[in-house]
Design a protein around this ligand. Structure first.
Ligand SMILES: *Cc1c(COP(=O)(O)O)cnc(C)c1O
Length: 446
């Protein structure tokens, strides 16, 4: 039975080794909870900054807030001087309350509400415009307020022509003419691609640099481009991932479960800030210089909007085992929460890295296989269909810690189904005194 150990940053290893802390929190909070770690978030942001500096490129990082609802990461963004990418009035409100200045926000998403456009204009946010009618509404909103709206025109990706996001070339032409409007300031162009392809991002970035030159010839400002997010995360070691993908088969999953959505690529040889480095070093199609040089020559600033990659290693999710049922040589565990707190199941897929079992009492040695079910009445509500080979025999009172869940897993699908409370978020930080136990506090929601 193949296993897939999750990578552990030092902060995560320290947390798992922090004696009874995780068990005490499970007892005190009375249910599952998420742990948020500020250290890895700060380190990821610093790595993205280094990638810009090393390439000699003017760059700005906007944390994509939709990847996690916690206040903590927006607070860290404010303290570190990062921007934040928001897509709703709620996300913008939380971001501003965390201390991020309005001009450091970028508002993305399709057909933004009039309320969102009004607050964005008043706060001096950059607005990524997705459609011509939206551009008109933005211009009217700004004119009505006697302000100027800061505009980024979002490009429909030529390689994803069925995307419902962005403007095609004809629409871009029209939009550029409309940007002569006194209520609009065209700051540049952007895109966000699904998938993780590096050449595709470099190619389209190259095209956007050209578009900036074209727009400037029309008298517009156009001095920045955004390449969105989609920087991969390396959840597992390459050898482990290769072995796992070669060996795994439906018989390894409870009820022979298969997944039509496929699996996230849990190993990525070029991930996070290294993916940004690779994009900057790539030569876009039809050009002879790397993207970094094209940006420098054109005096264009590069904006990035990483969500998942800034949250790499910055959180985990803790459930308590509340039932163990033996079946055909393996166990069906029931934990005190549901897959609504581990979102991958809601995308016809499964979050594959092995959860870590923390025994509550001295445990019988394994390996012992178990799948993980939810404390709900839905047959399909499984956190892990896979029969994970645990090093100990799981027992009631053990904790199951799903690592690296801050990016999209924790709360994008959460709901108080069955009146189960939403798992609280606990910020864990190193104690100020060396060798003391870590400090914890609840995540403050502004
Ligand atoms: C979701 C999203 C992002 C973040 O994507 P990640 O894959 O988490 O990096 C960035 N920009 C836009 C416009 C998005 O919709």
């Amino acid at each position: 039975m193949p296993s897939l150990p999750a990578r552990q940053a030092p902060e995560v290893r320290d947390l798992l080794a922090a004696g009874p802390l995780l068990h005490e929190l499970s007892h005190g909070l009375g249910g599952p909870y998420h742990v948020l770690l500020p250290g890895p978030f700060d380190a990821n942001a610093a790595a993205f900054r280094r990638a810009f500096t090393e390439a000699g490129v003017n760059g700005r990082i906007y944390y994509a807030k939709k990847a996690n609802k916690a206040a903590l990461y927006a607070e860290r963004a404010a303290v570190l001087g990062l921007g934040v990418d928001v897509a709703s009035t709620g996300e913008l409100r939380e971001t501003l309350a965390a201390g991020v200045p309005g001009p450091d926000t970028v508002v993305t998403g399709p057909a933004k509400s009039d309320d969102l456009l009004r607050v964005a204009v008043l706060q001096g946010a950059l607005v990524a415009v997705d459609a011509l009618d939206e551009l008109d509404r933005l211009a009217r909103t700004a004119a009505g307020l006697g302000r100027t709206a800061r505009v980024l025109l979002r490009r429909l990706p030529p390689a994803q022509p069925h995307s419902r996001f962005g403007l095609d070339p004809a629409e871009l032409d029209t939009a550029l003419r409309r940007c002569a409007d006194a209520a609009l300031e065209l700051e540049g162009f952007g895109f966000h691609l699904s998938g993780y392809d590096i050449p595709a991002r470099a190619d389209l970035a190259g095209e956007l640099v050209r578009l900036c030159r074209h727009a400037r010839a029309l008298g517009l400002r156009a001095d920045r481009i955004s390449i969105g997010g989609g920087f991969p995360v390396d959840y597992a070691d390459g050898d482990d991932w290769r072995r796992f993908t070669e060996e795994q088969r439906p018989g390894h999953y409870h009820a022979g479960k298969t997944f039509s959505g496929g699996f996230y690529p849990y190993h990525s040889p070029v991930a996070g800030a290294d993916a940004l480095r690779a994009i900057l070093a790539a030569v876009p199609a039809g050009r002879t210089s790397p993207l970094a040089a094209l940006l420098r020559e054109a005096g264009v600033t590069l904006l990035v909007e990483p969500g998942r990659a800034l949250l790499d290693q910055a959180g985990c999710t803790v459930f308590r085992v509340q039932g163990v049922k033996e079946r055909d040589g393996y166990a069906i565990l029931t934990v005190d929460g549901s897959s609504l707190s581990l979102s991958e199941q809601w995308f016809e897929s499964e979050f594959l890295p092995d959860p870590v079992l923390l025994p509550g009492a001295p445990a019988a040695p394994g390996p012992y296989e178990a799948c993980v079910g939810a404390a709900t009445c839905l047959e399909s509500d499984m956190l892990t269909w896979r029969r994970v080979p645990f090093p100990h025999r799981p027992a009631v009172g053990d904790l199951l810690v799903y690592l690296n869940t801050a990016g999209y897993q924790m709360d994008s699908n959460e709901s108080p189904f069955h009146e189960l409370p939403l798992p609280p978020k606990v910020v864990v930080e190193p104690a100020p005194q060396p060798a003391a136990r870590p400090h914890w506090r609840l995540d403050r929601h502004p």
